[in-house]
Design a binder for this molecule. Sequence first.
Ligand code: PLP
Length: 425
Amino acid sequence: MSTSWKIETQAVQGTYAPKPTEPRIPAICQSTTYKYDSADHVARLFDLDLPDHMYTRISNPTTEAFEGKIALMEGGVGALATSSGQAATALAIMNICQAGQHIVTAGTLYGGTYSLFANTLPKLGIEVSFIDPNASIDEIKRQFRPETKALFAETIGNPGLNVLDFEKFSAVAQAMGVPLIIDNTFPTPYLCRPLEHGADIVVHSATKYIDGHATSVGGVIVDGGRFDWTGGKYPDLTEPDASYHGLRYVEKFGRLAYIIKARVQYMRDLGATPAPMNSFLFNHGLTTLPLRMERHSSNALALAKYLQKHPKVAWVNYPGLESHPSYALTRKYLAKGASGVMTFGIRGGREAGVRFMEATRVIALVVHVGDARSCVLHPASTTHRQLSEAQQIASGVTPDLIRLSVGIEHIDDLIADVEQALQAS
Ligand code: PLP
């Protein structure tokens, strides 16, 4: 295992290093528990004096292989896999923020994350301020309060597809003394490594490109290990934890304090654990991630350019296009590609959108993104149909909007499919 390897090698080799006669790839360790020879060994495990596995809710060898590999690829010191992307975001925040405290977030978020922040965290006593990611440094700073504990954003906003200005966001986080937490689901570490651009913690929905084959729901938190938790703002990390006989995380675990606390405190107590089978699949998914992300990105760019010239298309939103408002940021932070998701406006509105979605043959109607297979969705008639047209427009879903998650099929087949579906629309 080497941090100096190129990311393609890290993706293939990971951190799993079998001894002679052990399985070549991490086996699916479908076991809840582990066997020991002495009470003392168990006691030392429960005192967190040894890193061995104690119970699969907290850790598991198959999950550990996935966690090691994604931490390596993101350039972090450690990772914690979770049962979904939602769980990763919730735990990443709850690990440092509690009732009576506050976070600031870019408002351009995946709908599930928006709902977590707008509805559920406030019910738990955590207040959330939403900001326009285009706001100035001073405007963003003005949202901060003494009890603000984190700044959150997505590298590529879903579904707006705006690219984050890391320089601005990390400058604010640093100035305000809070960690920058980034949802890096759409780019994956192959296209962007947020920790290199000033982020402190990265979360993923592993359900998307990491899995890549639409088999499993999961998530992961990666800790950059650089944020300084001392200084009084994060007493949960520096002061004694009564649930571990007064252990202090920073004192005992140093740069691993945040991610170990998330595991032994919140994963222990809330139990959003991934199944070992799913971790096995995520680990497999990572093996081919660089190849897939290259193809997703080149296919999406080619399709976006084709759509831009099409008479039945009113507009195209893809951050890899030179005409995109984020293009300068794409070049700065997504030099290898802008991932596989795009939206476009079909002439003829809602009815044309429905006809298009029903006419595609290679591209399937699926409520998903990040799969190797191409997916299409017309949000106005599906995911957002309960909203009035005015509400849909307010949430960025115009009646003509089609979302494509461009897969890794041959580009000629994708263009031919889109062409015949546009004619049918
Ligand atoms: N973050 C982003 C950017 C997403 O697109 C999603 C799901 O679509 C999530 C988080 C939530 O992940 P999950 O569905 O694995 O809970």
